[in-house]
Design a protein around this ligand. Structure first.
Ligand code: DC
Length: 223
């Protein structure tokens, strides 16, 4: 049976994962956060101190997989659940760097394709609409201004004792945007047939509703 694939791409901090989770719950699709795969590859490379020129070979013995437990995605590195471990700022930066290495992208390509072949998915990432699922039924490019994204991240972290200053968060976001958009392999860009959704002035619920509307219309053949 042909599965339905929805691609959601966009820069870091646009709310992709939260919004995509809400949308997939509404539609009953599996939500796939491909960033977690890149983060896990970065963790593997960092933990084992692998220099760039050895990454391709080293990945042959990496064992990275996703499991869906009660509908929620968990990511495993060699049988170890690393879903929380990959969420540090260090791994964010490392993932942005190592995801530019073609061998990393090639290694994770088939993992992503397989999940989409076997399930109705909402898959979020940077190159889902352009490279991984070019035939996705619906493509969304989700964005928000860098300042608004930094603001949201700052609010998320504000409760924590080691919350970085707003300026540092903004600087990080701008740097990651630049790296993600200017790498040679599969840079972040809006697919020609993607619908742009700017969430700068929308809350999560409004953003999710907007996307559900786009998807339902497209799948019904009206949009
Ligand atoms: O979405 P995220 O912040 O968890 O992604 C982590 C890094 O992985 C990000 O810097 C870009 C990269 N990434 C990618 O290159 N392609 C994807 N499909 C998903 C993430």
């Amino acid at each position: 049976m042909k599965t339905i694939n929805i691609a959601i791409d966009g820069p870091a901090g646009a709310g992709k994962s939260t919004i995509a989770k809400m949308v997939s719950a509404k539609l009953g699709y599996i939500y796939v956060d491909t960033g977690a795969l890149y983060r896990t590859a970065a963790l593997y490379i960092t933990e084992n101190n692998i220099p760039d020129e050895n990454i391709e070979k080293a990945l042959e013995s990496a064992d990275i997989s996703l499991k869906f437990i009660d509908g929620a995605q968990r990511v495993f590195l060699g049988g170890r659940d690393v879903s929380e471990l990959i969420r540090t700022p260090e791994i964010s930066m490392a993932a942005s760097r190592t995801s530019a290495v073609p061998a990393v992208r090639a290694y994770l390509f088939e993992t992503q394709k397989k999940i989409a072949r076997e399930n109705n998915v909402i898959m979020d990432g940077r190159d889902i609409g352009t490279v991984v699922l070019p035939d996705a039924e619906v493509k969304i490019f989700l964005t928000a201004s860098a300042e608004e994204r930094a603001n949201r991240r700052y609010k998320e972290l504000a409760e924590k004792p080691d919350c970085p200053p707003y300026e540092d968060i903004l600087k990080d976001i701008i740097q990651r945007d630049y790296q993600d958009m200017h790498r040679e392999t599969a840079p972040l860009r809006q697919a020609d047939d993607a619908v742009l959704v700017d969430t700068t002035n929308l809350d999560l619920e409004q953003s999710a509703e907007e996307i559900v509307k786009i998807i339902t219309k497209r799948i019904a053949g009206e949009g």
